[in-house]
Design a protein around this ligand. Structure first.
Ligand code: TNX
Length: 489
């Protein structure tokens, strides 16, 4: 049986099975360092549970059977991220025009093997795969996860763990919410008190924390090695109490406000008419841009309840130009569509559909994060001890699965949609186990929505696949929510 999430676009079952022998090798063609890195990732995934050596060899080396990874530039039909995978009785062939596709195909190979393959300790096997031909291309190029490290801080190890989980489900964007009222989490060298002082709090009165630029660079690098782009978010002009508390000069009148650890979001505002505000932003965004290989910087823009409407527009206008001057493009929450936007500014939908619809009408691309479906900090049901419920709707697994990006915003069509992004706000999320519990098993649903063609998606078909993934998640050490909607194996 095949239990793939996200479901590939095309699966053609064939006769027979392939069994990975103990002397199997992973072959790469051409034998170049970058392809060896993808092959090495696969070998690292398969070695612990199989106990096999799985050497990496050039494809022309005479040897036993195994798994061949090959770049075939002419297969442009597979796009930037697609791949083709053929399992035959004597081996596995994975081909793609680009490394990204090979990397996604590697995740499919992992999922074709029995669940025990994810175990960190040696298992008995046998490591059998049913023969099949798979052609697989994602529906959307933006398949994101957001982690809020501002309300509670998570160390680099926790973020790397999340990146590995994301890679397994073929996500390609990690959005990190770096600043908010309750904490500033990245060292800005030209304004060091932001992190050193503004980073000392969190939501529940803990000690907070922040990333040095070296640590943040490690996150970006670790993600890039898994074909995931990191999108940094610095919130503005609201959700800025941690900055206002750190520097008196950012306040009007010039007096630092106290640090804040409460629930109300958006009651703070930058001083729109002080030039120093823009000096602070230029410095911060410049340092951030230098740490960001990708094209986007997220400027927040939501819930600016204490910012006058005219001031808000002036502000968004100036910030977009600063970001543009750094060679980057802006993303903002849908409230920014109240301002004039540069043509390539991207708008992220979360709660107020009319604002997002208006942005689409004006030609802007959208990222969809409807709070009623992908806010994975919202409770599963009334009994969930973690999580919030301000949306007045719980999100059980089926709710997370059963929606279509192309119809959730009325007349906004697929052409306007870059993709989907699941959000994990962390007011109530404190530990790595908390992250796991809220993301799983809802995150795989979001992965499939972003990847699989809508006409192939059916809850009845998804449910048994997810049940099988329960074993995989358990083997990975993920303590997930055992939803009663799924017959767990
Ligand atoms: C709304 S989403 C917020 C966040 C909260 C979240 C909690 C958004 C742009 N603003 O500040 O953390 O709800 O679910």
């Amino acid at each position: 049986m095949r239990y793939l999430i996200p479901l590939p676009g095309l699966i053609k079952p064939d006769e027979g099975t392939y069994t990975l022998p103990s002397d199997a090798a992973i072959f790469v063609r051409p034998d170049q360092e970058e392809i060896r890195r993808v092959g090495g990732f696969l070998a690292d995934c398969l070695r612990p549970a199989t106990g096999f050596e799985l050497p990496l060899l050039p494809a022309d080396a005479p040897s036993t059977d195994g798994i061949l990874l090959t770049i075939e530039e002419e297969r442009t039909d597979l796009g930037e991220e697609g791949y083709e995978l053929i399992v035959e009785p004597n081996g596995i062939l994975l081909r793609a025009p680009y490394l990204t596709g090979l990397f996604h195909g590697v995740q499919t190979i992992r999922q074709l093997l029995p669940p025990a393959i994810e175990s960190h300790a040696k298992q008995l096997g046998a490591w059998q795969v049913d023969c099949v031909t798979i052609q697989d291309v994602p529906r959307f190029g933006w398949r994101g996860v957001m982690l809020d490290v501002a309300r509670h801080f998570f160390p680099v190890t926790a973020v790397k763990r999340l990146i590995d989980q994301m890679a397994y489900y073929k996500f390609n964007i990690l959005h990190i919410h770096l600043t908010d009222d309750q904490g500033w989490r990245l060292m800005i060298r030209s304004w060091p008190r932001l992190a050193e002082y503004g980073g000392t709090t969190d939501f529940t009165g803990g000690r907070g924390g922040f990333y040095t630029q070296e640590e943040y660079g490690q996150i970006v690098e670790y993600a890039a090695a898994r074909y995931i782009d990191v999108i940094p978010e610095v919130e503005m002009p609201a959700h800025v109490n941690s900055a206002l508390a750190s520097y008196a000069v950012l306040n009007d009148p010039e007096m630092a406000c106290p640090l804040y650890t409460g629930y109300e979001g958006g009651s703070s505002s930058l001083a729109i008419h002080k030039e120093v505000t823009y000096q602070f932003l230029e410095d911060t965004l410049r340092e951030l841009a230098e740490l960001t290989p990708g094209p986007y910087i997220h400027i927040g823009g939501d819930e600016a309840h204490s910012t006058d409407e005219t001031d808000y527009k002036i502000f968004i206008d100036r910030v977009q130009k600063i970001v543009q001057g750094l060679g980057k493009k802006c993303i903002g929450w849908e409230e920014i569509s109240r301002a004039d936007l540069l043509p390539d500014t991207v708008v992220q939908h979360w709660w107020q559909a009319p604002l997002a619809q208006e942005a689409a009408r004006r030609g802007h691309k959208l990222i969809l994060s409807p709070a009623s479906r992908v806010y994975l900090d919202i409770k599963y049901d009334a009994s969930t001890s973690l999580g919030l419920d301000w949306t007045k709707q719980y999100i059980e697994v089926q709710d997370a699965y059963n929606w279509d990006p192309a119809s959730i915003l009325g007349d906004v069509t697929e052409k306007s949609i870059l993709g989907v992004e699941a959000e994990l706000w962390t007011e109530t999320i404190v530990t790595v186990d908390d992250i796991d519990y809220m993301l799983f098993p809802r995150l795989p649903a979001c992965a499939e929505i972003g990847w699989t063609p809508q006409e192939k998606r059916r809850w009845e078909d998804y449910c048994p696949r997810l049940a099988n993934h329960g074993q995989r998640l358990a083997a990975m050490g993920i303590k997930f929510y055992r939803s009663p909607q799924v017959s767990w194996e």
